[in-house]
Write a protein that binds this ligand. Structure first.
Ligand SMILES: *[C@@H]1O[C@H](CO)[C@@H](O)[C@H](O)[C@H]1NC(C)=O
Ligand SMILES: *[C@@H]1O[C@H](CO)[C@@H](O)[C@H](O)[C@H]1NC(C)=O
Ligand SMILES: *[C@@H]1O[C@H](CO)[C@@H](O)[C@H](O)[C@H]1NC(C)=O
Ligand SMILES: *[C@@H]1O[C@H](CO)[C@@H](O)[C@H](O)[C@H]1NC(C)=O
Ligand SMILES: *[C@@H]1O[C@H](CO)[C@@H](O)[C@H](O)[C@H]1NC(C)=O
Ligand SMILES: *[C@@H]1O[C@H](CO)[C@@H](O)[C@H](O)[C@H]1NC(C)=O
Ligand SMILES: *[C@@H]1O[C@H](CO)[C@@H](O)[C@H](O)[C@H]1NC(C)=O
Length: 387
């Protein structure tokens, strides 16, 4: 997910939320981590609906070649379809997307190598245009509604400028324990770091993981302990627990994955990818909305990484603290001192609406989450009323 600080902030929120001193209404935090989309690709065009969103207007462009001043340029379009290619998002690919080359000294980075990197994978230039493309808000209607009525975070970056699993590991443990790529053998063995689940458990707050085919949270070795076996539930149980008001304080809902190499999904429909994602988010939202727990719930929808799609906001490349000092493997020896590309994050709670005029919902429930400092979130006007 999102940020380096996500785990500690979520934990502090949970502790604060359960503390009698701050009569805080949020008692249930539900987290969904979707896959492989940048902010601009998914939500950039929401700027048309709400000019306060740091999105796109179509003037954003990338050259096919960053070293050729006369290169053909690809402008950002609004023509993404449900069917998308899977552009590059390895460490090297992302470095090229962010910096335009393997020279990482620019600060801020130019964010100009997306079209060029895609061209190296598909020389028809089709993929170059695909990565310079976003969804019309009507194509992602569930997000259109949620962004309009709740809070969209437009400064939330992937934790590692690399692929899915390092970022997923960050979500609930604040580190990838050195991982900068998906390494099936290490995932199978399980990563050793302490997670938010143990912290929450130690603090006397319940947690639960609801999964569709395989829980990726099992990539944390600690969660394989026998004592946690009762924390894992099939997705249908999420619906019944929500209905009965029995959702745990820290609830993770895992969608069906497409990229778990040790247990490949047998029922994926890549051609319906985004549509299915929208249906999944809608169902989780509606399940929570109908739950007796809705009044004390915060739903966080975020993405692991940007999946190779363009984003115009410069990725922070300095002042990023390493969580544990671990240096990544050869050949990059990455020090975890810069972030990945910006990803979509939406926060949903009845308390985000509080104190605002309902007929102005379209533009009033908007906050900026600082990637390196989520305390800003906690002191934000809209949120602080509830949290
Ligand atoms: C919602 O929560 C607030 C604060 O905890 C409480 O005062 C209020 O009665 C609750 N409303 C409902 C409908 O449960
Ligand atoms: C998509 O962008 C084009 C060009 O800027 C614009 O004419 C069109 O209205 C946009 N479509 C939608 C549905 O906003
Ligand atoms: C890397 O880029 C910087 C400017 O951002 C430039 O000063 C430097 O010479 C470049 N280094 C190499 C090896 O090209
Ligand atoms: C694209 O790649 C194919 C095979 O890799 C090659 O035959 C073709 O000439 C290339 N086209 C361009 C425009 O570079
Ligand atoms: C590239 O896009 C064009 C026009 O949309 C299409 O006709 C062509 O089949 C595409 N080529 C590939 C390799 O997907
Ligand atoms: C997301 O990226 C992974 C590689 O990190 C890839 O295997 C997977 O197919 C991608 N998922 C989607 C939905 O494109
Ligand atoms: C974090 O955000 C808070 C609230 O906006 C601010 O007071 C503080 O200075 C920020 N800290 C850093 C390190 O940016």
């Amino acid at each position: 997910m999102g940020t380096r600080t996500t785990i500690s902030v979520l934990f502090l929120m949970l502790i604060a939320l359960h503390s009698p001193i701050h009569a805080n209404p949020i008692k249930t935090i539900v987290v969904i981590v979707m896959e492989n989309r940048s902010f601009d690709h998914m939500l950039g065009w929401m700027k048309r609906i709400n000019p306060e969103v740091n999105g796109v207007d179509g003037s954003e462009a990338n050259p096919l070649s960053t070293t050729d001043p006369n290169s053909k340029r690809f402008f950002f379009k609004n023509e993404s379809h449900y069917v998308d290619p899977d552009p590059g998002h390895s460490f090297q690919a992302i470095r090229e997307q962010i910096f335009g080359s393997d020279n990482t000294s620019a600060d801020p980075p130019p964010m100009n190598g997306f079209a060029q990197q895609a061209f190296s994978m598909d020389n028809t230039t089709n993929m170059s245009q695909d990565v310079m493309n976003g969804f019309n808000p009507d194509m992602v209607a569930v997000y259109k509604t949620l962004v309009s009525e709740f809070a969209v975070c437009d400064r939330w970056f992937a934790s590692v400028p690399s692929s899915t699993q390092p970022n997923r590991l960050y979500v609930h443990s604040g580190t990838s324990a050195g991982a900068t790529s998906n390494i099936p053998a290490l995932l199978a063995k399980g990563y050793p770091q302490r997670t938010i689940f143990e912290s929450v458990d130690d603090a006397g707050i319940s947690f639960g993981i609801y999964y569709q085919n395989i829980p990726a949270t099992l990539f944390y070795r600690n969660l394989r302990k026998l004592k946690y076996i009762t924390k894992f539930h099939l997705y249908d149980t999420f619906k019944s627990h929500a209905k009965q008001g029995k959702l745990p304080g820290y609830t993770v809902v895992e969608q069906r994955y497409f990229d778990v190499k040790i247990a490949p999904a047998n029922d994926d429909h890549p051609s319906h990818d985004v549509f299915q994602g929208q249906m999944f988010v809608k169902e989780v939202y509606e399940t929570l909305r109908a739950s007796p727990q809705w009044n004390d719930t915060l739903l966080i929808i975020t993405y692991d990484e940007h999946g190779g799609f363009y984003d115009h906001v410069a990725t922070p490349v300095h002042g990023v603290p390493s969580p544990d000092g671990i240096v990544g493997p050869e050949p990059f020896l990455f020090r975890f001192d810069r972030l990945g590309v910006r990803v979509p994050t939406i926060m949903v709670s009845p308390w985000i609406e509080k104190g605002t005029e309902r007929h102005k919902l379209l533009i009033s429930h908007y906050i900026i989450c600082h990637a390196l400092n989520l305390s800003a979130l906690l002191s934000n006007n809209h949120m602080s009323k509830g949290i």
